[in-house]
Design a protein around this ligand. Structure first.
Ligand code: SF4
Length: 376
């Protein structure tokens, strides 16, 4: 089973924190969508006819696509690839795009999961972020999606925001839960250099929150989600039973995937491909029937480190047996004393050949993973 990712690199306006690849200039949209369809054809052999069980429209803002544009891409996908009848088809959407009409179009195109970029239910925070929606639109979008028949909805929420109190964060989570989403993805606000916030930080106009502040909000997040019956299946992801994101879980389970569109990544177990993060260059090269990507062949060390990094963040943990049999690496033998130390500090547990983070260890996930990396 494999995954397909389509990157739609356009947004109405630039959110101040965002460093994904997107453009607010939509003048090349028509051309770019044609190039996405062209790339789908050119990449038809990448997955070696594997059956695709997840399709994910990300961005950017895929909910900007017209019915005609979306249907054209969906038709191309179905005519070129083998798609499972039960495929999870997710589309990232912004609340302000989700009119009744749009939701109907998405259902007709086969989208069966929405990932709604709400981020916050507080209007002051949304304005600070330069989001295109307000809290009323956020609430209404979920209600409309339900009425349109969507029964698998994910909400994005951000925390560790300068100026947002712990009380406000708690209230935000309660508001999100009042909508009963099947899935919640929640990330700390990170201030990236090339964003508006990055520029503000450079000029001393903005300061990120302290680590301790962020850690307390993570604790609130874990406790609130657990009390509400959500499974914490990946450091930043929570779901009602049975509603894991299949697409993202495929990434974390080292399944193959093909990424189409500017800045999209692909993985086939041997190498990674990174498409150019530039709309004009992408269009120019596709017009010459060239796929504009950089290739990174994975070394044995890369594979081990990626496996440790991604699986340690999940509730199924890092499979030590898989490391031994598939990647020829005995973690216990190589890192025995360090692992014992982590166990004594109640940061990890080892059950059935699986290395798992404890509640306490989840606060140090990245640090623990990088300490376990193989250095060549
Ligand atoms: S957060 Fe989403 S909507 Fe905002 S600029 Fe980034 S990709 Fe666009």
């Amino acid at each position: 089973m494999a995954g397909l990712y389509i990157h739609i690199p356009f947004c109405k306006q630039a959110c101040h924190y965002c460093d994904f690849h997107f453009s607010t200039n939509q003048s090349t949209r028509r051309d770019l969508i044609a190039c996405i369809n062209r790339e789908l054809e050119l990449q038809k052999d990448y997955l070696h006819q594997e059956i695709i069980n997840t399709i994910y429209f990300g961005g950017g803002t895929p909910s900007l696509l017209s019915a005609e544009e979306l249907n054209k891409i969906v038709e191309s996908i179905h005519s070129i690839y083998k798609i499972s009848e039960q495929a999870e088809i997710t589309l990232e959407a912004n609340p302000d795009d989700l009119s009744e009409e749009k939701l109907k179009e998405l259902r007709l195109a086969g989208v069966n999961r929405l990932s709604i970029g709400i981020q916050s239910f507080n209007d002051a925070i949304l304005a600070f972020f330069n989001r295109a929606h307000n809290s009323t639109e956020a609430f209404n979008s979920v209600a409309r999606a339900r009425a349109a028949g969507f029964d698998n909805i994910s909400i994005d929420l951000m925390y560790a925001i300068p100026g947002q109190s712990h009380e406000l964060w708690q209230k935000n989570m309660e508001l999100a839960l009042s909508l009963h989403p099947e899935h919640i993805s929640s990330y700390t606000l990170t201030i990236e250099e090339k964003t508006a916030f990055g520029q503000w930080a450079k000029r001393g106009k903005l300061k990120g929150v302290e680590e301790e502040f962020a850690a307390h909000e993570f604790e609130l997040l874990m406790n609130t989600m657990s009390t509400a019956g959500y499974e914490h299946y990946e450091i930043s992801n929570f779901c009602k039973p049975g509603y894991h994101s299949k697409h993202n879980s495929n990434y974390w389970r080292q399944q193959n995937y093909l990424g189409i569109g500017p800045s999209a990544h692909s993985y086939n177990g041997v190498s990674r491909q990174f498409n150019v993060s530039n709309n004009a260059a992408y269009i120019r090269l596709l017009h010459e029937n060239k796929i504009p990507f950089e290739l990174e062949t994975l070394t044995p060390e890369n594979k081990i480190n990626e496996f440790i990094f991604t699986t340690l963040r999940t509730s199924w943990g890092c499979n030590l047996n898989y490391l031994k049999t598939h990647l020829n690496y005995d973690l216990i033998k190589s890192q025995g004393p360090y692992l014992k130390n982590l166990q004594e500090k109640d940061l990890i547990s080892i059950n059935d050949e699986r290395l798992l983070l404890t509640h306490k260890g989840k606060f140090l996930a990245d640090q623990i993973a990088s300490d376990l990396f193989v250095v060549s």
